[in-house]
Design a binder for this molecule. Structure first.
Ligand code: ATP
Ligand code: MG
Length: 262
């Protein structure tokens, strides 16, 4: 079981969009996936068509059994029309109560301990995170194998990225004490990219100069992404032939490959 966390301490850069598409895409491609919504906004929960609920709060604070907190997403919600979904997608939902988790748990290993129960049931755990760092992020860092950083090619998103990298390094020091291995940065994904703007193309060059091959192909800004949210489905479920869907599925392939080879 591989744990992949989507993180950037800048809001609105595409964390939830990528977390939900990676989770759904991996399930489409035959994997057993659980998406954990760890943001009090509960947006990953909502974009997959479910009501906000205190799933992660109940799991970590009330120590509820997984089977009571997780929800199965029906394949019709996220599959590619005409193709059979061979994997499975579950979600641990979130709501505003998630804000109270950090003050209610004292054990930094709370997330790792609960995830260890899932080892033989899932291939991937995908975390969507809040833009605001908290002690819950600290507990997620201890449970994470790989991080994906979505970022817009804009100054404040880069600032969020730099802050996120600093906090990962601090968390790594904590992991080292417990002989946990390094968190691998799987990739930095430029999101909502507009290549006709000098601002975006110059910033993408700068990102590549700094991080080299860690920078993955950009996901372009397109209206279909907002339409998919309105329909509570991934882009490849509502319009599989579009460029957005092709980019989303290429991202999923890349995640799948990186999780195997790193
Ligand atoms: N490639 C894209 N083209 C156009 N709109 C996009 C694209 N990707 C994401 N969006 C839209 O941008 C908005 C912000 O995306 P998202 O909610 O995924 O960001 P986030 O990082 O999770 O935000 P937060 O920090 O608030 O959790 C959403 O309305 C989403 O539909
Ligand atoms: Mg979000």
């Amino acid at each position: 079981m591989k744990v992949i966390t989507l993180l950037n301490e800048k809001g609105g850069v595409g964390k939830t969009t990528l977390a939900t598409h990676i989770a759904a895409g991996l399930a489409v491609k035959g994997h057993r996936v659980i998406l954990v919504d760890s943001d009090p906004q509960g947006h990953a929960t909502v974009v997959l068509g479910l009501p906000k609920e205190p799933g992660i709060y109940n799991l970590l604070v009330r120590e509820a059994p997984f089977k009571e907190t997780m929800r199965i997403i029906p394949p019709e919600q996220y599959g590619i029309p005409g193709e059979q979904v061979t994997g499975q997608l579950c979600i641990v939902p979130s709501n505003i109560e998630t804000r109270n988790i950090a003050n209610s748990i004292s054990d930094a290993f709370a997330v790792s301990d609960r995830l260890s129960e899932l080892e033989s049931f899932f291939d991937f755990v995908i975390f969507d995170t809040s833009p605001t760092p908290s002690l819950l992020h600290g507990s997620i860092y201890l449970a994470t194998d790989y991080i994906i950083y979505p970022t817009k090619c804009e100054y404040l998103s880069f600032d969020g990225l730099v802050e996120s990298i600093k906090h990962r390094e601090a968390a790594q020091a904590h992991r080292d004490k417990w002989n946990l291995g390094p968190i691998e940065v799987m990739g930095i994904v430029p999101t909502m990219y507009r290549n006709q703007t000098i601002e975006h193309s110059e910033n993408l060059k700068e990102l590549r100069a700094q991080f080299g091959s860690l920078v993955w192909p950009p996901i372009h800004q397109r209206t279909i992404w907002a339409e998919a949210v309105t329909m509570r489905q991934p882009v490849f479920a509502i319009a599989p032939q579009t460029k957005a869907a092709v980019e989303a599925l290429a991202l999923v392939d890349r995640v799948q490959g990186a999780a195997v080879h790193v």
